[in-house]
Design a protein around this ligand. Structure first.
Ligand code: 5CA
Ligand code: ZN
Length: 414
C-alpha cells in the first residue's frame, strides 16, 4: 500500500553525548534502552482495522510512537518503520455487512481517510505500509514454516480444517503479558479469541487460517480456501519487512494480550529467535468514562474535528499534553488548552525573543528520551515562551531555533 507523505523533520544541531532513548517495556516491566547506538532502528506499530478511522484513540497511539521515530532520527539513526493495515478480519467484514457496503471498498475508503489524518497530524510515514490482503502469500509461507516445525494442527468439528497454532509448544508464552491462564482466558474471549472451541488442543491456541465460510471473502491455499488469522498477520508482516529480533513492537495497551503475546509467540516458534526486543504500549483514550472504541460507538474523529475547523496541530498538541502511557479522557477542555498553547507558541516564535533558547533543545531531547515524556517537553517550551514574551526582546535566533526543535522533535509545525 502507498503510505502517506509527511516530513522529513528538520535536522537540528548534533547533540554531543546524547542520551540513549529509554522507554517502558511491557515485558520487562521497566524502562529499557530502545534502538541501537548507530545504524538502523527497526519498529513495527500495529495499524488500523479500517472501518472507523481515525478516532482520537488511534491518533494518540500513532502520535506517541511518532515521538520515538523523531527522537531516533534526531540521534542520527535511520528508522525502518513498518505498519500494517488489517484490511480483512471479522470486525471489518461484520461492519461492512451491517451497513450494506462492500468490505473491500470500506477498507479502501477508510485507509484513505487515515492517510489524510496522519499527514495532517504530521505523523512520519512508515517505510512500509502493508495490508493483510496483499500479504496473504507471506502469511501462508509463515504457516508452512510453522507446520514444518510441527506446531500447527487442523480442528475437526463442524467447521473442519481451520488451522491453529499449538500454544503449548512455546515455553515463553506469557512472557509479555505475565497473565496466568485463568486471567488470560476471559481477555482472549473478549478480544477476538475463541477459548471455548472444544475441538482445539488448548483453549489459548490461536487461529492461523480460517477455512472459507459462506459469505466470507477467501483466498486459495494449500490448506483450502480461506483467510488469515490476526496474530499471524502481524508476525508475517514484521518478519518479512524487519526480520526477527527487531527493536520495538508497539501499539495500544489493548494489544498486549492476546495480540502482541500471540504474534510474538508465532515469531519465536517460526524463527527460533526473539520476535521484538521491547514491547511498548500507549494508554487508552476514553470519552465519557469509557474506552473510545468502535464497538461502543463513542468516537471522536480526527477528520470531523478537522472539518469543523480545528487546527490539526492543536489536536496533536492536545494528544501530547498527556503522557502516552496514561489512560485519559478526551474533553473539549483538553482541546481548548491545546489551542491556547498553540497560539501562545506561535506568537512567541513570531516575535523577537527576550531570552535565548538556552536549554530548550536539551530539555526537549532529554524529556523525550526518558519514556517519551511529552508533557515535560511541552512545559519546557511553555516556560521559554512565557519568559520570551514577558518583555520586549531583540533575539531573532532563539525563536527560529525553538520553532525548528518543536517541529523536529514534537512534530508541531508552528
Ligand atoms: N488492526 C489491529 C492491530 S494489528 C487493531 O487493533 N486495529 S484498531 O483499529 O482497533 O486499532 C489501531 C491502533 O489503535 C492499535 O494500536 C490500538 O491499540 C489503538 N487503539 C484503539 N483504540 C484506542 C483507544 N481508545 N485509545 C488509544 N489507542 C487505541
Ligand atoms: Zn497487529
Amino acid at each position: 500500500m502507498q503510505p502517506w507523505t509527511a516530513g522529513p523533520p528538520p535536522r537540528l544541531e548534533i547533540a554531543e553525548g546524547a542520551e540513549r532513548v529509554r522507554a517502558f517495556d511491557s515485558a520487562a516491566g521497566r524502562l529499557v534502552e530502545v534502538g541501537p547506538t548507530s545504524g538502523t532502528a527497526r519498529m513495527y506499530v500495529c495499524g488500523i482495522t479500517p472501518y472507523d478511522a481515525t478516532h482520537i484513540g488511534h491518533a494518540n497511539t500513532y502520535v506517541a510512537f511518532d515521538l520515538l521515530n523523531r527522537i531516533w532520527h534526531d540521534a542520527g539513526l535511520e528508522v525502518d518503520y513498518v505498519q500494517n493495515v488489517t484490511d480483512v478480519d471479522d470486525p471489518l467484514i461484520e461492519r461492512a455487512a451491517a451497513t450494506g457496503v462492500d468490505w473491500a471498498e470500506l477498507a479502501i475508503e477508510q485507509v484513505e481517510l487515515f492517510r489524510e489524518d496522519m499527514a495532517a497530524l504530521n505523523v512520519l510515514p512508515p517505510r512500509n505500509f502493508v495490508g493483510a490482503v496483499e500479504s496473504i502469500p507471506l502469511i501462508l509461507d509463515l504457516v508452512e514454516d510453522l507446520r514444518h516445525r510441527g506446531v500447527v494442527y487442523a480442528v475437526e468439528d463442524d467447521h473442519p480444517g481451520d488451522l491453529y497454532l499449538e500454544q503449548a509448544a512455546d515455553p515463553e508464552f506469557g512472557s509479555l503479558s505475565h497473565l496466568t491462564p485463568e486471567e488470560a482466558l476471559p481477555v482472549f474471549a473478549e478480544r477476538g479469541g475463541d477459548p471455548g472451541r472444544v475441538a482445539k488442543k488448548g483453549p489459548l491456541d490461536s487461529l492461523l487460517w480460517l477455512r472459507h465460510r459462506a459469505g466470507d471473502p477467501s483466498w486459495p491455499s494449500a490448506y483450502g480456501d480461506g483467510r488469515p488469522g490476526w496474530h499471524v498477520e502481524c508476525a508475517a508482516i514484521a518478519l518479512e519487512h524487519l526480520g526477527a529480533d527487531f527493536d520495538v513492537q508497539a501499539g495500544g495497551s489493548d494489544l498486549v494480550f492476546p495480540h502482541h503475546e500471540m504474534s510474538a509467540s508465532v515469531g519465536r516458534l517460526a524463527t527460533g529467535s526473539a520476535f521484538a526486543r521491547a514491547y511498548l504500549h500507549s494508554g487508552m483514550v476514553g470519552l465519557d468514562g469509557e474506552k473510545m472504541s468502535k464497538s461502543r460507538g463513542n468516537l471522536v474523529f480526527v477528520s470531523a474535528l478537522r472539518r469543523s475547523g480545528v487546527d490539526p496541530m492543536a489536536i496533536r498538541l492536545a494528544l501530547l499534553s498527556q503522557h502516552y502511557r496514561d489512560d485519559w479522557e478526551w474533553t473539549s477542555q483538553v482541546l481548548s488548552t491545546a489551542e491556547g498553547r498553540l497560539a501562545r507558541w506561535r506568537q512567541a516564535v513570531a516575535l523577537r525573543a527576550a531570552v535565548g533558547a538556552g536549554d530548550v533543545l536539551a530539555h526537549l531531547r532529554s524529556a523525550l528520551a526518558t519514556d517519551l515524556d511529552a508533557p515535560t517537553a511541552l512545559a519546557a517550551v511553555d516556560a521559554w515562551a512565557s519568559a520570551s514574551m514577558a518583555t520586549d526582546g531583540t533575539d531573532t535566533t532563539a525563536p527560529t531555533l525553538v520553532a525548528r526543535a518543536v517541529d523536529a522533535l514534537l512534530g508541531v509545525a508552528l
